[in-house]
Design a protein around this ligand. Structure first.
Ligand SMILES: Cc1cc2nc3c(=O)[nH]c(=O)nc-3n(C[C@H](O)[C@H](O)[C@H](O)COP(=O)(O)OP(=O)(O)OC[C@H]3O[C@@H](n4cnc5c(N)ncnc54)[C@H](O)[C@@H]3O)c2cc1C
Length: 474
């Protein structure tokens, strides 16, 4: 019987445990143990409730086009619980000189593909609109190496596009800055499009033509009726309860006899393989003694912190809010809020019809100091800014603040090269796999995929996958 340790009980670690559990039920001679430092499993995936509303403390949904999270939900029997964002209400505003300006129709992740709405939009200055027209004739360009998202976007559209769109959009996903994030790691399609077409506008238009007609398209975001934690609860219910160890922080790993000694508290246990499903800096700490080079590379991946604050209001406020999913705040506006979502419009199931639910997002790479503020101070900041931006002065019925320290991986320029070095160093070690949001995708679907792929890796290294494939084909 082979023994596999999974360190970290967030979605990445639980997805790995579930993949092993399925193999075990199908006859694989292996057992697993999941170690989670905190008292609950799920990591940043936490769903709360207040006054009939459902509040997401961390992720609120995932991108529908990435299939791994929805597929896992279906395997867990949650297929009928999947819900889509209400895209008929999809409208996003950008704060420009204190006013909310609607993002023009035809913008595909900051790339304009429709002329008239872009020309008519007050989002861009005349100078940027001229750059957009010139961009159409941008010659194909194959970059020698990596560069920042800001460098690429600025080359095509100028600095205003970075400030008003690239930066706010990336803040919402990565809590990061366009000037720091790697275009090859974060927007690999942009690099490919630039090499093939030159113009991002022409490339996006070509991609748009291949998309299903409007109306038949799937919703942009998928979530679960009872919130993201429904996935965590379903995973837990299908795993062996004796294999789940909470409140146990793994402190050291030591390669021994072709496997690993895992030390947690005063105890040590021997495993044939280990999956580290952790933020990379935590993985770096565990590997510091035995593999300093790998530890150094893992420790070089930065993480930013974030705060979410959800405020609940009555029907009068709901009726007074602008339609749409919410707004993004460029840094140049001098606010601490990065974005706000009108949750009752994006996912109507999350609030009764007589309630408004606004979720605000703060922090990110440029505002780690937000973590030092008390919940009351954060609330005061946000209420002040909501009053300035959407003239919302009403007293909220309830509020919830969640702080996430160092939870969002930042794929800096050169990230893909670093991943290659990490992979080369990992292969020198016995039976170790890495999963989590620090490598090839920060979103929930990519974390699920990373957990499943980590299981494939360790089973292959243990010779179990090959044996099972032979058994299945004979
Ligand atoms: C505020 C916020 C909003 C987000 N919004 C979205 C969204 O809308 N859509 C989306 O797709 N993604 C979103 N993300 C990203 C996504 O949620 C995360 O990348 C993903 O959930 C990370 O999962 P994980 O298991 O890799 O890491 P984590 O959830 O960080 O879990 C790691 C676990 O490891 C444990 N641990 C650490 N060290 C040790 C140790 N030594 N021993 C034992 N256990 C240890 C920790 O306690 C933790 O539970 C968001 C993230 C945040 C923070």
């Amino acid at each position: 019987m082979k023994r596999i340790a999974i360190v970290g009980g967030g979605i990445s670690g639980l997805a790995a445990a579930y993949a092993l559990e399925q193999q075990r039920r199908a006859g694989l001679e292996a057992e697993y143990a999941v170690y989670e430092a905190s008292s609950r499993f799920g990591g940043v995936m936490v769903t709360d409730r207040a006054d009939g509303c459902l509040i997401e403390a961390g992720p609120d949904s995932f991108l529908t086009e990435k299939p791994w999270a929805s597929d896992l939900c279906r395997q867990l029997g949650l297929g009928d619980q999947l819900i889509g964002s209400q895209d008929s209400q999809r409208k996003t505003y950008i704060l420009v000189r204190g006013q909310l300006v609607e993002m023009p129709d035809g913008l595909m992740f900051m790339v304009p593909t429709k002329i008239m709405p872009t020309v008519a939009s007050p989002l861009f200055s005349p100078a940027t609109k001229i750059r957009m027209a010139q961009e159409w004739f941008h010659p194909p360009h194959k970059a020698n190496g990596d560069e920042s998202v800001a460098a690429m976007v600025e080359r095509h559209y100028g600095p205003e596009m970075v400030d008003r769109l690239a930066d706010p959009l990336l803040s919402g996903v990565y809590g990061g800055e366009a000037s720091q994030l790697s275009v090859r790691a974060v927007l690999p399609r942009f690099a490919e499009m630039e090499a093939k077409y030159g113009s991002l506008g022409r490339a996006m238009l070509a991609a748009r033509k291949k998309m299903p007609p409007k109306g038949s398209a799937k919703p942009l975001f998928t979530s679960l009726k009872d919130g993201m934690q429904q996935m965590i609860d379903a995973l837990r219910s299908q795993l062996n309860p004796n294999a789940l160890h909470s409140r146990i922080s793994v402190q050291a790993l030591l390669p021994q006899d072709g496997g690993w000694t895992v030390s947690a508290g005063l105890q040590s246990d021997q495993f044939d393989a280990v999956i580290l499903a952790l933020p990379t800096r935590n993985a770096a700490t565990l590997l510091q003694m035995c593999c300093p080079e790998l530890s150094h590379e893992l420790g070089g991946i930065n993480y930013s912190s974030s705060v979410t604050l959800t405020l609940g209001y009555d029907k009068a406020v709901r009726d007074s809010l602008p339609p749409g999913f919410g707004f993004l705040v460029p840094r140049s506006e001098g606010k601490r809020m990065l974005a706000a979502t009108f949750v009752h419009n994006k996912f109507p199931h999350r609030a009764p019809e007589d309630r408004a639910l606004i979720r605000c997002f703060l922090g990110g790479a440029r505002d780690e100091q937000i973590l030092a503020l008390s919940e009351d101070q954060i609330l005061a900041v946000v209420r002040g800014e909501l009053q300035q931006i959407i003239h919302l002065a009403a007293e909220p019925l309830f509020t919830r603040v969640y702080k996430w320290k160092g939870a969002m991986a930042q794929y800096g320029v050169g990230h893909l090269d670093r991943l290659q070095r990490i992979e080369a160093l990992r292969q020198k070690l016995p039976r170790l796999a890495l999963a989590g949001n620090g490598y090839t995708g920060i979103g929930v679907p990519d974390c699920v995929r990373s957990g499943t792929e980590a299981v494939d890796q360790v089973l292959t290294s243990l010779g179990l996958r090959a044996a099972r494939q032979r058994a299945a084909s004979s």
